[in-house]
Each structure stands twice: as structure tokens, then as C-alpha cells.
Design a protein around this ligand. Structure first.
Ligand code: SF4
Length: 367
């Protein structure tokens, strides 16, 4: 047997045994509580991976997995989307963005539709590509859409530093970067009937497990979890163990990646380039204090919000779209009246259906 096949076999056997232990514990807890356990997976990648690997279905008899505010595109407010579209309509301006944003509907259009109307939009895989594009096209105004959480912020900080070093005068950042811990705190203010949380492994890799130790103050156990099938099962098993032992603690089931203090270099880079915004708007969660990043005063000349005039449309989201409820765990995608009818991946009404990390898309494709 070759190494890869051997590894696959071991991983398969481990998964089987872990799943059996998880099921025993899960069914025991269901008997005690008289209902299924309701857990929130905060991160959009977890939402997709639990659905794609079939684990959500396998544990569905005893665990109800709810999505949280961890898909960066899904939590982006309609006003921010509209502002990006108005930037795309400016002359001599090139929008550089991650591809996820292309088909996300705002109040009146999408970037894809704007391209069809003649706007210039370039997809990138790294923020550094946007800096390179600006350096190569000095006559074009290049605006990079900085979307994401603490995970993406270090790479964007590196781009800010590079653009500043190169003294580019045709490069700006539209910052819509958000911070996960304040959003979680805001969510936890309201009783949600949840039993525990699967915490985002990527964000914890940057911030450290310690960044989430406030969770027990709100009465919830939580576990930092990775993204491979075994990691996903291990995270659930650890969380159910905490629930069974009635321990309101923050576990780390991703300790091969996540340290207590996180990644110090990445955190320093974030602090060097970004200041914490007093208040930031989120879809579904409203205004949350200190939950977003803007550029430090040293780099404010690169802030597109201070340089361009942008319009916000008076139109709003489809009143029937339940994205705000889906990303706060208050309903499942299937409970939205538009799910699978008017709203599908080819005719998305809300961002949760079209984002690669969106709960509605994940449920439509895999569940
Ligand atoms: S199914 Fe579509 S309309 Fe409904 S919540 Fe999801 S994205 Fe919004």
C-alpha cells in the first residue's frame, strides 16, 4: 500500500471511530435535553465544509447546525455594496477584487452587471496583485476592495505597506474588513437557544484561542475547530464533551495550527496598518462598536472613502430575503420563503446564496 492510500485508510478508520463516539454522546445528550443540540458554526468555511463533507447530514439526528456571521460577503452591508458599484461606474477607475464579490447583488446591480455595462473590474488572488496593477498602469485609478476578517487583514496590510513604499498616487483601498470577536459579543447579548459554538480556525490562527475566552462569560462553551473532515468531527466531539460535562470553556481542537496568542507577526502587521473603527455596519447585526478596521492615519491617503464620492441607493434588499436571520442563526436557509424558488445559485436574491461561503448556497448544493 502506498503512503497516500495508507494515510487515507487511517484517516477513514479514525473518522469512523470518532463519528461513532460522537453519535453515542450526541444521542445521550438529546435524551437528557429532550431535543436536538443547536450549535452555531461561526465561520462560513465551516458552514460549507460541514455540508460538503456530508457531516452535517450524518449528525443531523442529534445536532442542528446553524450558521453564524462568518462569511465576509454575507455580512457586508448593502450600503457598502452600493458604494462599490458606484466606484465601478467612475471613469478611469479599475476595481480590483476577490472573485467572490462579482455576483453579489446590491440594491440595484452586481459587479458582473457593471462589467457588462462597461466598468473595469479585475479579479485578483492576492492584494499584492492590485498594487502591481497600479504600478504598471499609472494613468488608471486602482481601487482594491478590502473585504474579509482578521484572516485576510495581514495580506492587505502588506499591500498597504508596499503601495506606500512605492509612493503610488493611483492606488486606494476600500476597507470593509471586519472583526469577529466584537460581532460574536453583539450576537451573544441576545438569548438564542444555542448550546455551543464551533469557532473559526482561520481567525483563531491569527488572533489566538485567547481572543475567544469571553465566550463563557455569556454562558456558552465553544471550541476552535479546523477544516479537514477529521478536524470537523474532532471539533464537534470536543464541543459535545464540554456540553456533557457542563463546562463553559473554550477548547482548542485545532492546536496543530492555533496557538494561545495566535500569530504575533500577523497581529503586529494588522496593528501597524489598521485602526479600529468606532462603529461598523453589518448586514443582519446592525451597527456594532469596534467591529471593523479602517486605515491608520499614516496610510489615510490610501483610503478610498476619503478620496472618492460614492453614492448609496435608496433601494434596499428584497423584503422577503432572510439573509440577516440566516447569518445570525435565527433561521435555516430552507426557512426562507425564497430558498430554491426565486433564489437559487443562478438567480441569487441575497449574498448568502451566491457567496462561496454562504449558508444558503451550501444548503442548496449539499444539503
Ligand atoms: S435563500 Fe436567498 S433570499 Fe433567502 S436568505 Fe438565502 S440568499 Fe436570502
Amino acid at each position: 500500500m502506498n503512503y497516500q492510500l495508507g494515510r487515507k485508510n487511517i484517516s477513514h478508520k479514525l473518522s469512523q471511530s470518532l463519528l461513532q463516539r460522537l453519535e453515542r454522546l450526541g444521542r445521550q445528550l438529546v435524551e437528557e435535553k429532550g431535543r436536538k443540540l443547536v450549535l452555531m458554526e461561526v465561520c462560513g468555511t465551516h458552514t460549507v465544509e460541514y455540508a460538503r463533507t456530508g457531516i452535517a447530514g450524518l449528525v443531523g439526528d442529534y445536532i442542528d447546525l446553524r450558521s453564524g456571521p462568518g462569511c465576509p460577503i454575507c455580512v457586508t452591508h448593502q450600503n457598502d455594496l452600493d458604494r462599490i458599484f458606484s466606484l465601478a461606474r467612475l471613469e478611469d477607475t479599475l476595481i480590483v477584487t476577490f472573485g467572490d464579490l462579482l455576483r453579489v447583488p446590491g440594491s440595484y446591480t452586481t459587479l458582473e452587471q457593471e462589467i457588462a455595462r462597461g466598468s473595469r473590474v479585475q479579479i485578483c488572488y492576492s492584494p499584492l496583485e492590485a498594487v502591481e496593477t497600479a504600478a504598471q498602469n499609472p494613468d488608471t485609478r486602482v481601487v482594491f476592495i478590502a473585504i474579509g476578517f482578521e484572516t485576510t487583514a495581514p495580506a492587505i496590510a502588506a499591500a498597504i505597506k508596499l503601495a506606500s513604499q512605492q509612493q503610488l498616487t493611483n492606488f486606494w483601498i476600500y476597507p470593509i474588513l471586519k472583526r469577529v470577536p466584537p460581532a460574536l459579543k453583539a450576537l451573544l447579548q441576545h438569548p438564542m437557544g444555542l448550546d455551543g459554538f464551533i469557532l473559526p480556525g482561520h481567525v483563531a490562527a491569527v488572533l489566538g484561542r485567547k481572543a475567544f475566552t469571553f465566550m463563557p462569560d455569556f454562558g456558552y462553551p465553544a471550541v476552535v475547530t479546523g477544516f479537514e473532515p477529521l478536524d470537523l468531527l474532532w471539533g464537534l466531539y470536543n464541543l459535545l464533551t464540554l456540553i456533557a460535562e457542563k463546562r463553559q470553556d473554550v477548547g482548542n481542537a485545532y492546536s496543530h495550527v492555533v496557538r494561545e496568542e495566535g500569530n504575533k507577526r500577523a497581529r503586529l502587521l494588522i496593528e501597524e496598518c489598521f485602526a479600529i473603527e468606532p462603529v461598523t455596519r453589518w448586514r443582519g447585526l446592525g451597527l456594532i462598536s469596534e467591529s471593523g478596521y479602517t486605515l491608520q492615519p499614516l496610510y489615510s491617503h490610501l483610503n478610498a472613502c476619503l478620496h472618492f464620492t460614492m453614492e448609496v441607493s435608496a433601494a434596499s434588499t428584497d423584503p422577503q430575503c432572510a439573509c440577516g436571520l440566516v447569518i445570525t442563526g435565527q433561521c435555516t436557509p430552507q426557512q426562507c420563503p425564497l430558498f430554491g424558488r426565486r433564489c437559487t445559485p443562478s438567480t441569487p436574491v441575497g449574498p448568502c446564496m451566491v457567496s462561496p461561503e454562504g449558508a444558503c448556497g451550501a444548503h442548496y448544493h449539499y444539503r
